[in-house]
Design a protein. Structure first.
Length: 271
């Protein structure tokens, strides 16, 4: 199966498997993720996993909105572009795709470093870590990347190395609906794939804003699940980027991606 078809399966799978993990009402990780941990600078990677990721991804800075950032991604020159998805041994590699919402967020941060300079930033659902890397490049005082996939955490460390920076802390657990962290800015891209997941995000982000006056930026290319959710009425469009042709082809005709500022009404109650 060509990876173009596999990517469509990832899109569908993300609505199911990813959402089941993130939607936990108690904020703790699901049973599948109880072994997850906190990665920090200096922690060594499993040599076998490192070798596999280096062998089966390509280092690239082309075909997306942020040529300043080098990333390990799955590309047409990689073996698994055409291999059967079930031959990938580490679970669905969502992190190996630079999704359009994350591209827009990263581009915006690089072009507007004042947004993060001297501030603490949480990159929620970080994936390949590009937006967290952009925040470090733009002068954030503290960056934490969060993803539920331990392999994504390892890939982020490799991507930090590619961009000549010390790895930022990476937490591998479900933090949605947990206690609101005190962050100056939360960024998240391409996470509105499931209604219950979106509801959980809406509720948790509201709480972060209400308790800590956290600023929230969301990247999304305008998928139906995002635009049809009630959160849409609480968003202010910040900027829209035209996607490179390569990204358009890999995302079934999506032509642009938007950065939104999340500004819930003061009248909304924390329920």
């Amino acid at each position: 199966m060509a990876f173009h078809g596999w990517k469509w399966l990832l899109l569908l799978s993300r609505q199911n498997t990813l959402a089941k993990v993130w939607r936990s009402r108690r904020g703790g990780p699901s049973l599948h993720w109880k072994r997850c941990c906190h990665w920090s600078a200096g922690r060594s990677l499993d040599p076998e996993v490192r070798a596999f990721l280096e062998e089966n991804t390509e280092v690239t800075n082309s075909g997306h909105l942020t040529p300043e950032i080098r990333l390990r991604l799955l590309t047409p020159r990689c073996r698994f572009w055409r291999e059967k998805p079930d031959l990938w041994p580490y679970g669905d590699p969502f992190w190996a795709i630079y999704w359009p919402g994350g591209q827009a967020l990263s581009r915006y941060i690089l072009d507007n470093p004042r947004v993060v300079k001297g501030r603490s930033v949480l990159d929620l659902g970080s994936g390949c870590g590009a937006t967290a890397i952009a925040a470090v490049m733009s002068g954030a005082s503290q960056v934490l990347a969060n993803d539920i996939d331990p392999i994504a955490g390892m890939a982020m460390i490799l991507n930090c190395e590619l961009n000549h920076m010390n790895p930022f802390p990476i937490t591998i657990k479900n933090i949605i609906n947990s206690e609101a962290g005190n962050w100056d800015l939360i960024v998240l891209g391409d996470m509105f794939y499931d209604e219950q997941l979106a509801d959980g995000l809406h509720h948790w982000l509201q709480k972060c804003i209400r308790i800590h006056q956290t600023e929230v930026l969301i990247g999304d290319p305008g998928r139906h699940q995002f635009l049809s959710h009630s959160i849409r009425s609480q968003l202010h469009k910040v900027i829209e980027y035209s996607l490179p042709e390569n990204t358009r082809q890999e995302n079934y005709g999506l032509t642009s991606s938007i950065v939104w500022s999340y500004q819930p009404s003061n009248s909304l109650e924390d329920s």
